[in-house]
Design a protein around this ligand. Structure first.
Ligand SMILES: [Zn+2]
Length: 262
């Protein structure tokens, strides 16, 4: 049996068919050997933070992160943000994010994305909270801002759903960051991601589903769920010439260290 950790899943009841749907998905994951989960409270507006904390509250093997996704940067509002930060004090909240820049979809104006990203980094540093980063097509700006804000001096930086090349991965690792590999690595044409997954240093590697998005093969195109992280683990293990059990233990150890989960 694996001992796997899904470091990044959105367990929004609205997507999974209510609390019962979320609980059923977690049950299927446990049966597959996924023993720990970080539910991301960012990405469905400010209210998603509260919903993620609620899931973590109901399950002893689920922790939460809270933040504001770059897609939602335009709805940033000081008093609503202070409510999200208040949730960060909850004992089940282990990180801030996901936060960052998304210049692929550009759902919020870039200047607003930059401002809201910097604000969250500063709050994370003040709270000594690990940071979960979302970066899509920012042309290196996400890393530049993290460096300018001295984010790597804080409690840790995790690059979720890493989709860059080997040089970008090396730069993140060099700065002290962690890299999380998503299910995309199972796609036939994901040559660059396969190459990255093979060479990320063993002490910086995590895996995730990013449920409900981007389901790995053989579930590609369907709704993703935490149980499917086992397919990502199998592929990354193959690429690194190791056994899935060993890769699961390694990435679980890294995730526990990063999030400070005993
Ligand atoms: Zn996400």
């Amino acid at each position: 049996m694996l001992d796997a950790f899904d470091s990044h899943c959105h367990l929004d009841p609205e997507v999974f068919g209510g609390d019962e749907g979320v609980d059923a998905a977690l049950e299927r994951a446990r049966a597959a050997g996924v023993r720990r989960f970080v539910a991301i409270g960012s990405g469905y507006g400010l209210a998603s933070a509260e919903r993620a904390v609620r899931v973590a509250d109901r399950h002893p093997d689920v922790w939460a992160s809270v933040g504001l996704h770059p897609h939602d940067a335009a709805v940033f509002d000081e008093s609503a943000w202070l409510e999200v930060l208040a949730l960060a004090a909850h004992p089940r909240v282990v990180a801030l994010g996901e936060m960052g820049l998304d210049f692929h979809y550009d759902n919020s104006p870039r200047e607003v994305q930059r401002t809201v990203f910097r604000r969250q980094i500063r709050d994370a540093l003040r709270l000594r909270a690990p940071i979960i980063v979302h970066d899509r097509n920012s042309g290196g700006e996400t890393l530049a801002i993290l460096r300018e804000e001295q984010a790597f001096e804080g409690a840790g930086v995790l690059w979720h759903c890493f989709s860059g090349d080997q040089a970008e991965a090396a730069a993140i690792v060099e700065n002290g960051g962690f890299i999380s590999i998503p299910g995309i690595v199972t796609f036939k044409k994901a040559d660059e991601m396969k190459a990255v997954a093979a060479v990320v240093p063993a002490d910086r590697l995590l895996v995730e589903t990013d449920s409900p998005f981007l389901a790995p093969v053989p579930h590609r195109g369907r709704r993703n769920e935490p149980a499917y992280v086992v397919h990502t683990i199998a592929e990354v293990a193959r690429l690194r010439g190791t056994a899935p059990e060993a890769l699961a233990s390694l990435t679980t150890d890294n995730a526990r260290r990063f999030f400070g989960i005993a």
